[in-house]
Write a protein that binds this ligand. Structure first.
Ligand SMILES: [Zn+2]
Length: 253
């Protein structure tokens, strides 16, 4: 149940710029809640976004800050509970363990090695992502590497599924959207989240099949799902995986 509160009365528009957040004390903690004034909001609403790791309070454009603050303070328990459920963020830096195609890899920095980023298996059988070069370049290099791998895999999968449907291959674009894993525009442009590289390969394949199926059916009709089923039999397993584990792919920063 999402907490909400209807405004008691109309208040004049604020003359000064409203704050962008409210700090909510709860027990020994203080939680930061992002504040959003919305012209379409009719009441005060709290929402939790696990993709953005953020609690947002949406309030009417002319709502009162005092009411918003009171409202947020009364729901400290709800906020604490939601924040606890968010996955811990993991920075893709040396020492971190991140899934590459669903398999955990430890990132290791080798400052003096030649090359940029590559994978290898250690003598003990541990999967590694090695990043070479100066420490200040490692984060950028790892991100470039992950995006490149996502792009290679998605290109490959899209080629396979378009040829299965007998239609020309498409160029793909990578995005970092929090709301969807892939999309297909009416002009036939396919967009994917580069974070799919963290998921098992069959999940990335499913997303490619799903978006390619939209090239035939730009909707979610029964006809569309029949196309998906021919390209990727048993797709509902992948859908279930995404619902359950998808949000956690956003924990890697
Ligand atoms: Zn779709």
């Amino acid at each position: 149940m999402i907490p909400f509160l209807s405004p008691r009365r109309k208040t004049p528009a604020p003359k000064t710029l409203p704050p962008l957040h409210i700090d909510v004390p709860h027990g020994e903690n203080v939680f930061r809640v992002a504040l959003k004034r919305s012209p379409t909001a009719r009441r005060y609403t709290l929402r939790a976004s696990s993709a953005k790791h953020e609690i947002t309070l949406t309030m009417p454009l002319r709502g009162s800050l005092t009411q918003a603050t009171d409202f947020a303070h009364r729901h400290g328990g709800w906020i604490a509970e939601r924040l606890k459920k968010f996955d811990v963020r993991i920075i893709c830096e040396p020492g971190a363990i991140i899934p590459l195609r669903g398999t955990p890899h430890r990132i290791e920095h080798r400052p003096n090695a030649r090359g940029t980023v590559w994978t290898e298996t250690s003598a003990t059988g541990e999967a590694l992502i090695i990043v070479a070069g100066r420490p200040e370049y490692t984060l950028r290099r790892i991100k470039d590497f992950l995006k490149k791998q996502a792009s290679l895999d998605l290109d490959h999968a899209v080629k396979r599924y378009t040829s299965a449907l007998g239609i020309p291959a498409r160029r793909i674009a990578l995005k970092d959207t929090t709301s969807r894993w892939g999309s297909c525009s009416s002009s036939g442009r396919l967009n994917f989240s580069w974070r799919l590289i963290f998921a098992p390969s069959e999940i990335l394949d499913y997303l490619a099949a799903h978006e390619v199926a939209h090239l035939k059916e730009l909707n979610h009709s029964n006809r569309f799902w029949r196309v998906v089923e021919t390209l990727y039999p048993g797709y509902d397993k992948a859908e279930t995986w995404l619902k359950r584990h998808g949000p956690s792919l956003h924990r890697y920063q």
